[in-house]
Design a protein around this ligand. Sequence first.
Ligand code: NAP
Length: 287
Amino acid sequence: MDISGATRLLGLIGDPVSHSLSPLMHNAALAELGLDYVYVPFPAKAERLSIVVGGLHAIGVQGFNVTIPHKQAVVPLLQMVSPQAQAIGAVNTVYRLEDPHYGWGGTNTDLDGFLYPLRQLNQDWRSVTATILGSGGAARAVIQGCIELGIVTIQVVGRSPHALAQLQQTWPSLVLVDWTHLTSTLPTTHLLVNTTPIGMKKTATDPSSPISVEDLQRLPSKSIVYDLIYTPNPTELLKVATALGHHSIDGLEMLIQQGAKALSLWTGEEQMQVETMLRAARAQLFG
Ligand code: NAP
């Protein structure tokens, strides 16, 4: 990569950012496209967020991704926010506004990433019941995604009554379910989405799946089981779901699609570099 005075900057803000796959994915795609850009991780502490966001604009950065813990806090620092990102209450992609506007625009490409593999299935979603495990940041993008698909019955299973109630403030039609009643939701679920980190197995004692094998057997046949986790790949949840004959979707496609969409927004390149990004991410994750 040759960096010159004309090289344009893209990046990622978060805390931490050192583990992120985004720099590898984006720089591989930029190289493939032959574009004179570089994508850099910028560690940003919460108490400095507004200085960082203003500073990136002042030095001419073209756009950046936002990761944990800033996806919600960045919203009031932007001059324009897409309607979907407003509903989700979180932004993961920020782009420079052109004249006559000054400042940043924000959108949420996690939503596009989540929807991509589901849209490939080309099905009518109106009669589908979706059950979403978890009520954090990713759950908000997933709920908005389910609504955009046309799903009417959306159940959210969470362990924090406060977090569940907050979701219902944005989406009054949600069916809220306490985590202790998770099992009862399964016989009517056609699309099950895990947005919790359960299954990442960061320590040997962590549970390997949010749902036991016996409980997964309660799903109607040929359901869709979607795990947002991309490592391990497949997760225990998806291994069992596949063995039971369900349609499994892992989080890697979502990760790649959200990145490809962001890059296309920043560079104006219509050709999305999905294969290149996937190769870079796989090489890092699985060697
Ligand atoms: P988050 O905001 O921290 O939310 C995590 C949710 O999981 C919270 O509702 C949390 O409940 C719940 N949870 C955690 N441990 C639990 C347990 N033992 N039992 C029941 N609920 C539990 O995190 P996030 O940003 O939504 O991310 C969640 C997962 O999605 C992560 O694994 C992340 O890597 C993945 N993700 C993937 C992509 C992708 O592109 N594939 C994109 C975004 C996120 P409490 O609030 O009660 O703790």
